[in-house]
Design a protein. Structure first.
Length: 317
């Protein structure tokens, strides 16, 4: 007996497309927020100068009665930077607009570019900070000497905090009493799995919040460092090295600056620009193109290298 099935009537079977776009997996971006922020007003040029006074020594010589001591000369150091423009865009044709199941310009395409813009800004900060004062794990003399066993642990955190305190670096104003310390997924894995005496596990063994941290995968604080995780930390390939290496960052207050120029849209740092099909006048005579994209005027600069540590480590896996 002949039976009609979806197989022999496949030409009649439609494919259903869910018009709700799936959530994209995007990195957790944390670096930019710790920069010292300053906007350049519109019409005020494209360069910025930060100034810092040179420290004065202690004045331990007693004053002589009735005698004015010699005056002290003040000096300052300037750090300058010039803003550059960054951006990206996509052209969307009218044919796509009238045939695509998902309305591209009206959907989440602008969100894709907004995430790209945020990643770009965060990456520019990361690349600048990776050139900061280096602490190579286990006292190795060169990054190329690092092995997979030279992992991030509590001892490296303590050593970096010691250097920051020796350099008189102030804890960050956003994390009072702590230096923000930014790690990668692989180096976080090693840090919170460290079981040596005085390690992450050891010092938190009797902390009430320990169970909650295990359940929520919160990172937490250790020896004056407040630990943050990002997937946007610089990783150097193991080619020519003993292991993939990671530039874990410890950031003091006012260690780096971030500056943008107020754009055409006012106070917003990043301009998200959507142009509908038919909005370009005679440049698009047949109304064939629309676009979506972003633009930002931005620069980042290390202001005080003594308030910034790059803890260079390998990773166990």
């Amino acid at each position: 007996m002949a039976t009609a099935t979806t197989t022999n009537l496949s030409e009649l079977m439609a494919t259903f497309y869910d018009k709700k776009l799936l959530t994209r997996l995007v990195p957790q971006l944390v670096i930019y927020q710790f920069g010292l922020k300053k906007k350049i007003p519109k019409g005020a040029g494209k360069s910025i100068v930060w100034s810092i006074y040179t420290d004065l020594p202690s004045a331990t010589t007693a004053l002589t009665e009735g005698t004015t001591p010699s005056s002290r000369t003040l000096s300052a150091t300037n750090v300058s930077a010039t803003v550059e423009a960054y951006g990206d865009h996509a052209i969307i044709t009218d044919f796509v607009s009238v045939t695509a199941i998902d309305p591209v310009l009206e959907s989440k395409a602008d969100g894709v570019f907004a995430d790209q813009a945020a990643l770009t800004v965060d990456t520019l900060c990361r690349n600048i900070l990776s050139a900061g004062t280096a602490q190579i794990a286990r006292g190795k003399s060169a990054v190329s000497d690092l092995q997979t066993s030279d992992t991030l642990n509590a001892a490296e955190i303590r050593k970096a905090v010691r250097t920051m305190e020796k350099n008189k670096a102030k804890p960050h104003r956003m994390t009072p009493g702590f230096y923000p310390t930014i790690v990668a997924p692989f180096t976080k894995y090693d840090l919170i799995g460290d079981t040596a005496t005085g390690s992450w596990v050891d010092v938190r063994k009797y902390v009430e919040s320990r169970q909650k941290e295990i359940e929520t995968n919160k990172v937490g604080d250790l020896y004056g460092a407040k630990i943050y995780m990002t997937q946007n930390l610089e990783e150097v390939s193991a080619v020519g090295y003993g292991a993939n290496t990671y530039n874990n960052l410890m950031i003091g207050d006012e260690s780096f600056g971030v500056t943008d120029i107020v754009g055409l849209n006012g106070a917003s740092m990043i301009d998200i620009i959507v142009k509908q099909v038919g909005s370009s006048g005679s440049a698009d005579a047949l109304n064939q193109r629309g676009s979506v994209g972003w633009k930002v005027y931005f620069v980042t600069k290390i202001l005080n290298a003594n308030a910034l540590m790059v803890i260079k480590t390998g990773a166990s896996a």
